[in-house]
Design a protein around this ligand. Structure first.
Ligand SMILES: *[C@@H]1O[C@H](CO)[C@@H](O)[C@H](O)[C@H]1NC(C)=O
Ligand SMILES: *[C@@H]1O[C@H](CO)[C@@H](O)[C@H](O)[C@H]1NC(C)=O
Ligand SMILES: *[C@@H]1O[C@H](CO)[C@@H](O)[C@H](O)[C@H]1NC(C)=O
Ligand SMILES: *[C@@H]1O[C@H](CO)[C@@H](O)[C@H](O)[C@H]1NC(C)=O
Ligand SMILES: *[C@@H]1O[C@H](CO)[C@@H](O)[C@H](O)[C@H]1NC(C)=O
Ligand SMILES: *[C@@H]1O[C@H](CO)[C@@H](O)[C@H](O)[C@H]1NC(C)=O
Ligand SMILES: *[C@@H]1O[C@H](CO)[C@@H](O)[C@H](O)[C@H]1NC(C)=O
Ligand SMILES: *[C@@H]1O[C@H](CO)[C@@H](O)[C@H](O)[C@H]1NC(C)=O
Ligand SMILES: *[C@@H]1O[C@H](CO)[C@@H](O)[C@H](O)[C@H]1NC(C)=O
Length: 688
């Protein structure tokens, strides 16, 4: 979090005037400065929602205003007054106020000329900021602009925060600006996913695509001769069926599924930050989880494929959607439908068309599928279905699909795919490849949703193609639960989401205001550190970098610090006195635990032993050093021996890869779970 003092210094008025709007992420479409004084964000500022339209929409303008108020309080470290619902008049606007309103006569359009409700106008004068849009969502994005300007102004060293006087008019170039997380092969609880939504929304990303069913892919397990390894290969479906549901057998591991109320709470949190959850239930490929439940539906020799010709298969899939469609508030869902047998093209096409009609009839929603090459001379996929392109040349060529009248979303893997921790033979980068995103091919314009290829311009389209809906970046978890902690996923996404947010909103070199790479590089760390509403960096208060330092502690004692993000050094002395069966915990926090046995770290139910056995009845000094890339221990001050916590990843059955792991510090409770022994001199210091 960024802490900002509110006071008055005149010199800064001048510098703010001179710089105008500070480059933010994403860039705004236009800003015309005025000669008025800048608006000073002072403690007494009031957020006023126009009473005529306060309850309009779901979330309503008032709902968004309340989130805005909390965020403004956070970034200014000032308790902003409760949101005021009122009729605007000269009187109210003569006090410093931020006025939020809707004017349905306003219209905004995407690059292709289609109307959008996401645009907004922001008029700043000495006394007021007025945000006007044609719908609540537009106002919400306008509030993100105010928050970013406040954060950037504060970071420029000033004690006062000024929002430059003048007019912003802003609108996204594309409708779909999303990110996908593979939550099928890796379990994530909704608290973490909600934090990701909130973080992404700071960069005006409006969709979170949850790839919510899948399995690890390992040919020895799936296709090995008659060994039935497929029964044990990790497969998961994340929506927890109701008790007694006909779908109960789909989720044998309830501890790795979302209850309806957890899911709904997350969906509401995301919606209140302008982000729609787009759920994906992937069939008829990637369906091992269904076949583990109903093996009679399996395609012979392909346990991860459903045989669509078996009479019970499509009713089973519809029966799954029947239960879960009512959970979802988005107007679209994804049925996955990727990587199925090319020799079953007609079955496949009939299936996706049938699901499109069925889901539309039962819920009014439309569907998306992944681009899939399904050669058929007689049938074609309905144009009601949006196609999410991800691969050349396996799926249909996106420019041809758009020419043929299909709506397309760009998820081209060469720009937009990441894999948790590592990818086979380094196919994908750790973060979105900044060089590629900013400059594309040599002499190129950089990536934008209309760019599908970095070396073949014939595969790009124009920004105003009416059938290009936008883009979704994706992070896959091919190596499953134990490859990464949830924060390692966030570390891969943090900068990626920000750069994606810029390109998905503004395109590349379309608008004169578009960010340059160096402007982005200046703004990003400031905005990442200050992004309100979540604490994915697990920042905690510290004095001279010391979070705490206890000489003596008693077993079971707790602190106010729940978890600490890297980089940190956690040091302690420990003397175990007995090896009880569980051996107990040295430390526990909301994100991790450290077991005595083998100095085993635990995160999200996964165990990572260091393999070091602490001697009984003898003091051992342990120093844990963690960065975002690794965690290691130094025992008894022996600097020549750094012992790393690692994990082993099975790379599609081809080879095993060892990876380092980054853990948050288990800072909250000392000596729990029947630990028998003594711990002392516990400190956590920021930095390694
Ligand atoms: C800003 O917008 C207001 C209200 O529409 C208008 O009166 C004013 O002239 C505009 N100022 C600039 C600098 O464009
Ligand atoms: C799919 O099921 C049909 C009907 O039972 C059967 O004739 C066919 O052989 C099956 N195909 C595969 C690949 O399992
Ligand atoms: C597309 O959806 C509409 C309803 O929105 C329906 O009337 C039409 O038959 C569908 N077309 C196809 C090809 O599925
Ligand atoms: C297509 O993309 C490449 C790589 O980004 C770029 O060099 C080229 O100019 C683009 N072509 C068009 C027509 O947009
Ligand atoms: C571009 O599209 C063509 C067909 O138009 C396709 O054959 C080719 O694979 C695509 N090129 C790239 C680099 O993806
Ligand atoms: C410690 O690790 C060793 C080998 O890694 C293992 O055999 C042993 O069972 C582990 N002990 C505990 C208590 O987990
Ligand atoms: C869920 O339970 C299974 C079986 O007991 C266990 O292996 C897994 O680690 C648990 N998952 C989590 C997230 O705790
Ligand atoms: C992680 O899971 C894989 C199977 O997906 C297994 O081969 C590997 O041993 C596990 N690694 C650890 C450290 O438990
Ligand atoms: C873990 O990180 C350390 C320090 O960067 C490095 O030397 C080591 O090679 C890494 N191990 C693995 C398995 O990547």
């Amino acid at each position: 979090m960024l802490s900002v003092q509110l006071a008055v210094t005149l010199s800064l008025v001048v510098s703010t005037l001179a710089t105008g709007l500070l480059p933010q992420i994403p860039s705004v479409a236009s800003f015309s400065p005025s000669l008025d004084d800048n608006f000073q964000l002072i403690e007494s500022v009031r957020i006023i929602v126009d009473s005529k339209v306060a309850s309009q929409g779901s979330p309503s303008l008032l709902d968004f205003a309340k989130v805005f108020r909390n965020d403004l309080s956070t970034v200014t470290s000032t308790p902003i007054l409760p949101v005021h619902v009122s009729n605007p008049d000269i009187q109210t606007l003569s006090l410093p106020s931020i006025f939020l309103t809707i004017d349905t006569k306003k219209s905004y359009s995407l690059f292709n000329g289609k109307p959008t409700e996401e645009g907004y106008d922001l008029v700043t004068t000495r006394n007021s900021i007025i945000i006007t849009a044609s719908a609540p969502i537009g106002v919400w994005w306008g509030t993100r602009t105010v928050i970013q300007q406040a954060v950037l102004a504060a970071a420029s060293g000033s004690k006062d925060i000024f929002i430059p006087a003048g007019n912003v008019t802003d609108t996204p170039g594309w409708d779909v600006r999303g990110f996908m997380l593979d939550v099928g092969r890796h379990w994530f609880a909704t608290d973490f996913l909600s934090e990701l939504c909130i973080y992404a929304s700071f960069f005006k990303i409006n969709e979170f695509h949850l790839h919510a069913s899948d399995n690890l892919w390992n040919p020895a397990f799936l296709y090995g001769d008659g060994n039935e390894g497929w029964k044990n290969l990790y497969a998961a479906f994340r929506f927890q069926p109701a008790q007694g549901s006909h779908n109960a057998g789909l989720v044998p591991r309830k501890n790795e599924s979302w209850t309806q109320s957890d899911f709904r709470a997350m969906q509401t949190t995301c919606a209140q930050h302008g982000v729609a959850l787009i759920p994906e239930i992937d069939t008829p490929g990637h369906s091992l989880v269904i076949n583990q439940w109903k093996p009679q539906l399996m395609e012979t020799g392909a346990p991860d494929h459903l045989n669509l010709s078996i009479p019970e298969t499509i009713p089973t899939i519809k029966g799954i959607w029947d239960e879960f469609l009512p959970w979802f508030s988005a107007s679209e869902v994804s049925i996955g439908a990727d990587e199925y047998d090319a020799n079953l093209a007609d079955d496949y096409i009939n299936f996706v068309n049938e699901m499109s009609s069925y889901i539309h009839q039962t819920s009014g929603k439309s569907i998306r599928i992944w681009g899939t090459n399904e050669p058929s001379d007689t049938l074609s996929v309905s144009k009601n279905i949006t196609i999410q392109h991800w691969d050349f040349p396996g799926d249909d060529i996106p420019v041809r699909l758009m020419d043929a009248g299909y709506q397309v979303i760009n998820s081209e893997q060469s720009f937009l795919y990441l894999d948790g921790k590592t990818s086979e033979d380094g196919q994908f980068p750790q973060e979105l490849n900044q060089a590629l995103i900013w400059s594309g091919a040599p002499g190129g314009t950089g990536w934008a949703p209309n760019i599908f290829s970095s070396d073949d311009a014939s595969n790009n389209t124009s920004i105003n193609n009416p059938n290009l809906r936008g883009s979704i970046m994706a992070l896959w978890n091919d190596w499953g639960n134990n490859a990464t902690t949830r924060f390692e996923i966030y570390y891969q996404l943090a900068r990626s989401l920000a750069v994606f947010g810029e390109k998905a909103w503004a395109g590349s070199e379309v608008r004169p205001t578009a960010l340059t790479r160096s402007q982005f590089d200046v703004a990003y760390p400031i905005l990442n550190a200050a992004a309100p509403g979540q604490n994915l960096n697990r920042v905690v208060p510290a004095r001279n970098n010391v979070v705490y330092d206890y000489k003596t502690v008693s077993n079971g004692q707790s602190t106010a610090i729940a978890s600490v993000g890297p980089p940190y050094t956690m040091t302690f002395n420990v003397k175990p006195s007995a090896r009880s069966p569980s051996q107990g915990l040295l430390f526990e926090g909301i994100d991790s635990k450290l077991h005595v046995a083998n100095l085993t770290f635990e995160a999200t139910g996964q165990l990572y032993p260091l393999g070091y056995v602490l001697p009984l009845d003898k003091w051992t000094k342990v120093a844990i050093h963690a960065t975002r890339e690794y965690t290691y221990a130094i025992i008894d001050d022996d600097p020549t021996n750094e012992r790393y916590w690692t994990t082993l990843m099975d790379i599609w059955g081809d080879y095993m890869a060892t990876g380092n792991i980054s853990f948050a510090a288990p800072a909250q409770t000392f000596g729990g779970d029947a630990f028998s022994g003594t711990i002392k001199d516990v400190s956590i210091v920021l930095g390694v």
